[in-house]
Write a protein that binds this ligand. Structure first.
Ligand SMILES: [Zn+2]
Length: 368
């Protein structure tokens, strides 16, 4: 049995949306880098190659998400907005903090198609027990009608709906451990009782509102949207505690046929867009845990879908940890930046939030 790795070389250079700059009244100083830039994945891919992790996985090309695939999740108007932006020469905003320019639509098609491929191999390749779509742009902030926060289309939702259409999957659990709230995914599935969505995120980081525990779903979907907003500074141990105390009982109770992970490595301890403390070892442990969970509850139907992770010096190393965890293997190679890592003893108190969530979803914790 092996892990499928889904990648397209376009992720390492296309959809280049410019750079951040330090802006003053009369001038600005370019930083030469944008947070969501092609280097972030290319560097991790190169590390996979040099550590020989790539050789331990079965590599697959992405599918290309067509209009019909995107329309299962998004409005035509929103999709057309991205298409129009891709035909221009400039980089323009197609949604709040979501930029698109030449080639962006094609990249987004490959990204969403990569997530679809991650599902396809689980159902069609006998020797595949889990899959990792290593894709960009990310997706979890994109809602039904709007791109947002680096996300053009919601890749994980496109993958979920592809699974329903192609393979008749009904119950899907989406776990989102990106450091930011998965507000787009929440919006898409807010009234759907067959899609249980759990978002573990830094409270009010991005978006700066929402993602609270009180947002529990609506209509038939009431009770199937679980937010776990954590204080800044949570470390490996805190994340593993949340997985064990909240995600595990929910997964066992919900009994999904498929688990999709929105995998952001931006809870890493060096990330410019997060304030958490997760290390390579933490991501390794979390991925191992997740693999075990999928083995126990859904016959290994686990697709890992890449989301954020923006520290160029460290996100690729955190990503290495994630891949190591999926493969149950630790590369002997270490990096200088890993020295002097923080103590795993100190973390903000999270018992209150855990108890709060457990009390709010009694039907998912076997208490009723
Ligand atoms: Zn993020």
């Amino acid at each position: 049995m092996t892990t499928a790795f889904i990648w397209d070389e376009c992720f390492g250079h296309a959809h280049d949306i410019g750079y951040q700059s330090f802006t003053f009244t009369e001038t600005s100083i370019p930083s030469d880098v944008e947070f969501e830039n092609p280097r972030r994945l290319q560097l991790a891919y190169d590390i996979f190659r040099h550590t020989k992790l790539l050789n331990k996985m079965s590599q697959y090309q992405v599918l290309k998400a067509e209009m019909a695939d995107l329309l299962r999740v998004h409005s035509e108007e929103m999709i057309n907005k991205v298409i129009r932006a891709s035909r221009q020469n400039d980089i323009i905003e197609v949604g709040e903090s979501a930029l698109a320019g030449p080639g962006s639509f094609e990249s987004a098609q490959h990204s969403a198609g990569g997530a679809m491929k991650a599902v396809e191999v689980l159902f069609t390749e006998a020797d595949i027990e889990q899959s990792y779509a290593f894709i960009r742009p990310p997706g979890h902030h994109a809602g039904k009608d709007q791109s947002m926060g680096f996300c053009l289309f919601n890749n994980v939702a496109v993958a979920a709906e592809y699974s329903r259409k192609q393979y008749g999957t009904e119950k899907i659990l989406i776990i989102d451990w990106d450091v930011h709230h998965g507000n787009g995914t929440q919006e898409i599935y807010y009234e759907d009782p067959n899609t249980c969505f759990i978002s573990i995120h830094q409270e009010h980081n991005y978006p700066t509102t929402g993602g609270d525990t009180s947002e529990t779903g609506a209509g038939h979907g009431k009770g199937y949207n679980v937010n776990i907003p954590l204080p800044p500074g949570c470390n490996d141990r805190a994340y593993c505690t949340v997985l064990e105390e909240i995600v595990s009982p929910i997964a066992r109770s919900f009994q999904p046929e498929l688990i999709l992970l929105s995998a952001g490595q931006d809870a890493n301890l060096y990330d410019p867009l997060g304030r958490m403390m997760v290390t390579r070892a933490g991501y390794r442990k979390m991925a191992q845990w997740l693999q075990q969970l999928a083995s126990n509850v859904c016959n290994n139907k686990l697709a890992v879908i890449q989301e954020g992770g923006y520290s160029l010096p460290y996100a690729p190393i955190a990503t290495l940890g994630l891949a190591e965890g999926l493969l149950n293997y630790t590369s002997p190679i270490t990096f200088a930046i890993e020295e002097g890592k923080p103590s795993n003893h100190f973390s903000p108190p999270i018992d209150g939030i855990i108890q709060n969530v457990q009390a709010m979803f009694p039907h998912l914790f076997g208490l009723r």
